[in-house]
Design a protein around this ligand. Structure first.
Ligand code: SF4
Length: 346
């Protein structure tokens, strides 16, 4: 059996029963594909059924008000999907008399329909030979052919497309597309795929070369931004000041020392002139015991450049949410690893 025969055979034995797989109605298929763009099958199923019940045809959707459409979409998120579908339904009614267009380029030109959705509708509803390329398909192809180029860059995409075209089943486009997507969703999954029981393992390059974990390769899109933290460890006799971090930023709910954050690298002299420093110090005189700068702490999207200031003195005004505690009790509070490390070393 070749690739396509194997994967279609696997699909027929393993596929999940889903209502949009039982229909050739392009409107229902379109709806399912739009819902599944950003929603998991389990959650999407319910919306799919309710939407079709409320708007059984393109005419019904076109006639509906935007409020009615959005109300039904409520909870699914990414509301532009619903608005685009609504606009496209009206376009289908006015331009095509309510008949869903039956060729790829007309389908692709509908509002909110990209390459993937156009290929899916073209093949599932009209049996047209357009291979779909979603995340599941890319993973299967990159692993099976051992494609090491970045799959989210032009070169990698073109290699995947070429390889996909080489195994694509022109005579059974709908079955092939359903099969390879389902195979990626159930068998060749992102983490720990079941290679030992896989029907493709004999010719799978990633399996043969033990590269399954590494493929597909994505270019790092994560931009690591620097942040500049200055922690003031204020010793007031046997007490110290701590503050709990709020929502909407890193380390929510953890405790830290009073923090001055600057937008760029700042010298201790400049930090001591900072309004927050003045706010904390007020009229008191502070004795700077120690300054430790150059501490780096890496988080997933951030690199923190940190300076710790050990200060003996009284605090003039407690920052909002801060409190004084006995130094001995500091260990009872959850602090970020950065602070835990500092305390251990000092
Ligand atoms: S052998 Fe493993 S990596 Fe290769 S196609 Fe099968 S599940 Fe995917």
């Amino acid at each position: 059996m070749n690739f396509s025969e194997k994967i279609i055979d696997w699909y027929l034995k393993n596929k999940r029963e889903l209502p949009w797989r039982e229909t050739k109605d392009p409107y229902a298929i379109w709806l399912s594909e739009i819902i599944l763009q950003q929603t998991r099958v389990v959650q999407g199923l319910d919306y799919y059924c309710r939407f079709l019940e409320a708007f059984p045809t393109i005419f019904d959707l076109a006639k509906a008000t935007e409020e009615e459409v959005l109300k039904l979409w409520q909870g699914l998120g990414y509301y532009s999907r619903a608005r685009n579908m609504h606009a496209a339904a009206r376009e289908i009614v006015t331009t095509y008399g309510g008949m869903f267009p039956d060729n790829y380029s007309a389908i692709r030109s509908l509002k909110g329909v990209g390459d993937y959705t156009a290929a899916a509708i073209s093949s599932f509803a009209f049996g047209l030979p357009y291979p779909v390329m979603d995340g599941n398909v890319i993973r299967v192809i990159a692993r099976y052919f051992g494609i090491v180029a970045y799959c989210d860059k032009a070169e990698g995409k073109s290699q995947i497309k070429k390889a996909l075209n080489a195994v694509f089943d022109i005579k059974h486009p709908a079955e092939f597309n359903q099969a390879i997507m389902e195979f990626g969703a159930l068998q060749c999954i992102p983490v720990n795929p079941s290679c030992s029981t896989c029907i493709l393992k004999e010719n799978c390059v990633a399996f043969e070369k033990a590269m399954v974990k590494e493929l597909p390769v994505k270019s790092s899109k994560t931009i690591i931004k620097p942040r500049y933290f200055h922690y003031l460890i204020i010793h007031d006799g046997d007490e110290i000041i701590i503050k709990q971090r709020g929502a909407g930023d890193i380390w929510q709910g953890l405790y830290e020392f009073p923090l001055i954050e600057t937008s760029s690298e700042t010298t201790p002299d400049e930090v001591m002139k900072h309004p927050d420093w003045k706010y904390l110090k007020g009229k008191h005189s502070w004795n700077i015991l120690k300054i430790q700068s150059g501490v780096r702490h890496i988080l997933s999207h951030r690199i923190l450049h940190v300076t710790f200031y050990e200060i003996a003195g009284k605090i003039y005004r407690l920052p909002f949410g801060a409190k004084k505690i006995k130094k001995d009790n500091l260990q009872d509070y959850a602090v970020p690893v950065l602070i835990e490390k500092y305390l251990k070393q000092n």
